[in-house]
Design a protein around this ligand. Structure first.
Ligand SMILES: CC(C)(COP(=O)(O)OP(=O)(O)OC[C@H]1O[C@@H](n2cnc3c(N)ncnc32)[C@H](O)[C@@H]1OP(=O)(O)O)[C@@H](O)C(=O)NCCC(=O)NCCS
Length: 168
């Protein structure tokens, strides 16, 4: 309870919104010169952690990543832009949205992927720790906040279903 009382006040979404930019190098690509899905997943995880960490200012672990689709291929030499934003903070966990674009040589941008990640704030013994609340300010942030609540309900139902199936 003491820890709950000493939590910092809720922080606005804008304080932790982040952007990460990567150029695709040959080592990131398959033999056809297209960015590997696994490399992009790694960048998505990092971009999400960046916003999550800026919000909590504590160590975080990735608890889950919702389903991922890759919409267009990205070639070596092209640029990948990953924008991350905390959608909602719960008790010890938070949902971060990451939206990914590619920027071609011409400057044209295309949407590559979108992901929702759940991070959990932990102490040195890996025990979940309470986190500050989040203040959505714009209409878009408020919409994302509401939607994150619905996605959490779906995740929790799925976790309960898996737990029950394991016990059978
Ligand atoms: C994530 C982890 C800390 C949760 O620990 P736990 O003992 O299950 O903790 P709890 O049941 O108390 O849940 C803590 C929070 O995590 C959330 N959570 C747990 N598992 C989750 C999952 N699979 N997806 C989303 N959220 C999850 C809970 O909803 C809870 O959130 P809340 O406090 O905001 O309500 C633990 O499973 C862990 O350390 N996993 C490994 C993480 C890791 O190493 N990731 C890197 C890749 S391996």
């Amino acid at each position: 309870m003491e820890q709950e009382l000493s939590l910092p006040p809720a922080r606005p979404v804008s304080e932790s919104q982040s952007e990460m930019i990567q150029m695709v190098l040959p080592n990131d690509a398959n033999p056809l010169g297209a960015l590997l899905g696994g490399t992009l997943m790694h960048w998505i995880d990092l971009a999400g952690a960046l916003a999550g960490h800026r919000h909590t200012r504590t160590p975080l672990v990735t608890a889950s990543i919702d389903s991922l689709s890759f919409l267009v291929p990205v070639q070596v030499g092209e640029i990948v832009i990953l924008k991350s934003s905390v959608n909602r903070a719960f008790r010890t966990s938070l949902e971060v949205g990451v939206k990914v674009w590619m920027e071609a040589f011409s400057g044209e941008r295309k949407h590559v992927s979108s992901a929702y990640l759940t991070f959990v704030s932990i102490d040195r013994a890996f025990r979940p720790q309470p986190i500050p609340g989040i203040l959505p300010e714009t209409e878009e942030q408020k919409r994302r906040y509401q939607e994150a609540g619905r996605r959490r309900e779906i995740r929790q139902a799925e976790m309960a279903r898996k737990k029950a199936a394991k016990g059978r």
